[in-house]
Design a protein around this ligand. Structure first.
Ligand code: ATP
Ligand code: MG
Length: 308
């Protein structure tokens, strides 16, 4: 199936078959980025499923996932291509020994080219998925360069000439918003912000990713996590932590969650000492945490409705 020809319903089914639960926001943005052949820029808190979108897209279209992990100091050489200096030196040495003078064109040929993710995506035979992960971690200069590449997918390599893409890759950029991205880059993309999931969505995610969990335990998990996110924490638990917690509860043979179990397993769900202590305190207070959490979640609500 060509990515530009899919229907929204086909896309939703394909993602769900792969275990990724879509809500309408995500579906529409992914769909439009495919139809309009624009990069998809995904923002949201850590662990809400940003990177996973690119992985699922690659599986859904049966194509390669090419990943460019961004970090401070990432430059064109590491992102696009570099020359294999060691191999070049070796070649020069060999030629010298046999009394020959190496020609420049000999040394700057395909044989000595080290393809990095962007060039690999541009030259791919099949339309790949290009994941530019955590783009907010790169420097503004690199972002400007990236913007140019994403504008026309053409690069010129002085020694080899201009390389043009056959088919614009499916591009997914992710950001945790550590640094504000340029307007230019934003304008070029279809934008998607992923919120923490609603209780209903998280329940579906848990059942899809941990199929051995009972409906009862999954429902408890989704409601309690939602209530935990409503606490005043340093870092709210993400979907990844929800899934870890579910697996931990199963490993402990739990069928339902009570305050004692919540206190014991708090460090699977929360990743800082203060947060763990706060949750333990809440669970051991008179009345506890769990009962109220399960009751409050009756309004199985919008993300963040109980925050603050
Ligand atoms: N809608 C969803 N359906 C199914 N699984 C999901 C969904 N959202 C997230 N997950 C799961 O949650 C985990 C975290 O997702 P992912 O790695 O994509 O997060 P992220 O947003 O890229 O986080 P980070 O900012 O830390 O890189 C993965 O195991 C993923 O499979
Ligand atoms: Mg990620």
């Amino acid at each position: 199936m060509e990515a530009t020809e899919v229907s929204m319903e086909w896309l939703r089914r394909a993602f769900e078959r792969d275990g990724y639960i879509m809500d309408q926001d995500i579906l529409v943005s992914v769909y439009l980025s495919l139809r309009l052949e624009k990069p998809l820029l995904v923002e949201g808190a850590p662990g809400v499923g940003k990177t996973e979108i690119a992985k699922v897209l690659a599986r859904v279209f049966g194509t390669d996932l090419i990943r460019l992990q961004c970090y401070e100091g990432l430059d064109e050489n590491k992102a696009l291509y570099e020359w294999d200096y060691q191999k070049q030196l070796l070649r020069i040495q060999l030629l010298r020994e046999s009394g020959e003078v190496p020609a420049e064109s000999d040394l700057f040929s395909e044989e000595y080219l080290l393809e990095r993710p962007l060039l690999r995506a541009i030259r791919a035979k099949r339309r790949p998925v290009l994941l530019i992960d955590e783009v907010d971690k790169c420097d503004p200069e690199f972002e400007a360069f990236l913007f140019e590449v994403l504008s026309d997918f053409t690069v010129s390599i002085p020694e080899l000439g201009t390389v043009r893409t056959r088919k614009v890759p499916i591009v997914v950029l992710t950001s945790n918003n550590e640094r504000e991205l340029s307007d230019g880059l934003r304008r070029r993309c279809v934008y998607l912000f992923i919120e923490f999931p609603s209780v209903e969505k998280e329940l579906r995610i848990v059942r899809s990713r941990v199929p051995e969990v009972s409906a009862r335990l999954a429902a408890d998990v989704a409601r309690i996590v939602s209530a935990v996110r409503g606490m005043d924490l340093r870092k709210q638990p993400s979907i990844a932590e929800t899934l870890d917690w579910t697996r931990a509860l199963l490993a402990l043979g739990a069928e339902k969650v009570d305050d004692a179990l919540l206190a014991e397993t708090a460090s699977v769900l929360l990743k800082s000492r203060d947060d763990v202590l706060a949750l333990r305190r809440a669970a051991t207070e008179p009345g506890g945490f769990v009962t109220a959490a399960l009751e409050r979640a009756g309004d199985a609500g919008k993300p963040g409705s109980r925050r603050g």
